[in-house]
Design a protein around this ligand. Structure first.
Ligand SMILES: C[S@@+](CC[C@H](N)C(=O)[O-])C[C@H]1O[C@@H](n2cnc3c(N)ncnc32)[C@H](O)[C@@H]1O
Length: 180
């Protein structure tokens, strides 16, 4: 997949939620992860981050939104259920970005939202668990930027020829440039 992404959470208090976010980030190929103003216990993080992401993934801890910095050219995308947020299925993910999510009780702070280039919501009736919101966001990035073949019109997977074509480097290059 072209580009890179990071993901983090502001104000998180439950270590097992952070562990689930970190494991998911590691699994989907994040380049870095972070927290802002977090107050969890490390022991709880290890209970759900069984992939030991800290060994494989750069992890930043910032105390306040003021301290927060991103690599040059990396856009911040807030994942939050607000009235004027873009709906995730219609959102074009930036090639270089960091996703930030909010705490278990509350939302991304106004200070942090002001730093976001976009705010994106997952179309649900009400808030879901923060680690699930992270997983859905990264899955959506994967299906929209991963260069996968088009879904067939009929139920089922693509035909074998399409899969073979997709696996050939030329086809993938063209598919990726169509998605760029
Ligand atoms: C459990 S929610 C926070 C509680 C929520 N703000 C409330 O009090 O109703 C934790 C975080 O998950 C993310 N989240 C949960 N559901 C979401 C959705 N449908 N769309 C976008 N983000 C969501 C947001 O980042 C949110 O701050």
């Amino acid at each position: 997949m072209r580009g890179y992404f990071g993901i983090g959470v502001e104000g998180i208090s439950k270590g097992h939620n952070l562990g689930a976010v970190l494991r998911t980030a590691h699994s989907f190929g994040a380049s870095f992860a972070f927290t802002i103003d977090a107050y969890h216990t490390v022991k709880e993080v290890k209970q759900t981050d069984t992939s030991r992401s800290a060994i494989h993934l750069p992890f930043y801890e910032w105390n306040t939104p003021d301290e927060f910095v991103l690599p040059k050219g990396c856009q911040l995308v807030g994942i939050e259920l607000t009235d004027d947020a873009v709906e995730l299925p219609s959102f074009r993910h930036p090639l270089n970005c960091a996703y930030v999510l909010g705490p278990e009780e509350g939302s991304i702070s106004e200070e942090m939202q002001a730093k976001c280039k976009y705010i994106v919501k997952i179309p649900t009736k009400f808030c879901i668990n923060v680690s699930l919101a992270a997983a859905l966001t990264l899955y959506d990035r994967t299906i929209s930027l991963g260069g996968y073949p088009e879904r067939p019109v009929r139920p089922g997977g693509p035909d074998l020829d399409a899969v073979e074509n997709w696996q050939s480097p030329g086809y993938r290059r063209n598919a990726l440039s169509r998605n760029a």
